[in-house]
Design a protein around this ligand. Sequence first.
Ligand code: SAH
Length: 279
Amino acid sequence: MNTCVDLAASVLRMDRAQHGKVYLVGAGPGDPELLTMKACRLLAAAEVVVYDNLVSPQVLDLVGPDARRIYAGKERNHHTMKQGEINELLVRLARRGRQVVRLKGGDPFVFGRGGEEMQELAAAGIAFEVVPGITAACGVSAYAGIPLTHRDHAQSCTFVTGHLKDGSPELDWAGLARPRQTVVIYMGLSGLAQICRKLVEHGLPPEMPAAVVQQGTMPEQRVVTGTLADLAARVEAAGLQSPCLTIVGEVVRLRESLDWYVAAEQPALTERRLSVAFA
Ligand code: SAH
């Protein structure tokens, strides 16, 4: 008996009861090979997939041909559906008996409002499951060759959102400026200059290394490195566009020797791995 295959089959079978169910699934940062096996199976089996703008087209290609796809949007300053409408939609679909995948970029519980959506479902008595995904901090730093912790450089790592309300940062700057720490900033592109300035004001040296990664894990990945003093200007000069992740800390220096990702090589590797897997 192949226990692994049996286990996968039982774990991944969707609930066939008459009642609908919502699977809150993390789509990872973009590269479809970073999906979990569970996410892959659920995408193939779902009747309805409600997805956000950060889900890559390559991941959406794994949705079954008969599934209904609903784009819920949520681009910055361009909310296609309001959060309340998304919550209502999920409840409505599940009440109609649908097997729904609610697909979110990265991990649904990291700056993804997954918790809020699940609270609504719980309140409405709808069954749900949560399938974690690789959050941008982990996926993007890996593909940029920047270890988030390293015994010589950083003993802790903090994830924060740089989406600043009314343009005024409301972060614990003193905490973020602590030494031997890596700070990862989600949604921080538009406030980057201000964020770098605040970190220096609160004690980090202006020469602290920092990087911004655009579309990490994807063939379009671009990385701009610099220091807190010059990163914002470099990023502007390079014309980086959302989605971008900012990493601040001594670990950024390690990229000089650990930068391994060459987008053009990836398809060949993928094909080889697949042909081995199915031989
Ligand atoms: N739940 C998601 C985060 C949603 S917030 C997760 O766990 O990753 C959206 C922010 O995530 C973006 O503004 C950007 O800062 C970051 N992000 C997501 N995917 C990214 C990618 N492929 N490259 C760079 N940043 C990314």
